[in-house]
Design a protein around this ligand. Sequence first.
Ligand SMILES: [Zn+2]
Length: 113
Amino acid sequence: MPNTPNCPKCQSANTYFDGMLFICPDCFHEFTEKTSEVVEEVATKVIDSNGTELLDGDEVTVIKDLKVKGSSMVVKRGTRVKGIRLSSEDPTHIEGKVDGSSIYLMTCFLKKG
Ligand SMILES: [Zn+2]
């Protein structure tokens, strides 16, 4: 018995494959792939000030003088930050190293490249 996915319509396990489609004998639903396993991705995109998607490892340029919270450090406009890391919890911030310190930067003040 080939392992067929459950019917995405009625969840029946009696589905069979006819060479082209999976067919559910219970509700006569025909389907192609394992659609029942499609998981809705709610991954939030991390975007820069231009709406360009940022990815782990990208290089960004700071477009505005930024004060670093909790320190006297100021990240100057035009500072390039290499190898950024995205935060899994907060899409409005990325982590990057500036002058050897790991800091969080707001993505709305960054430009990719
Ligand atoms: Zn069905």
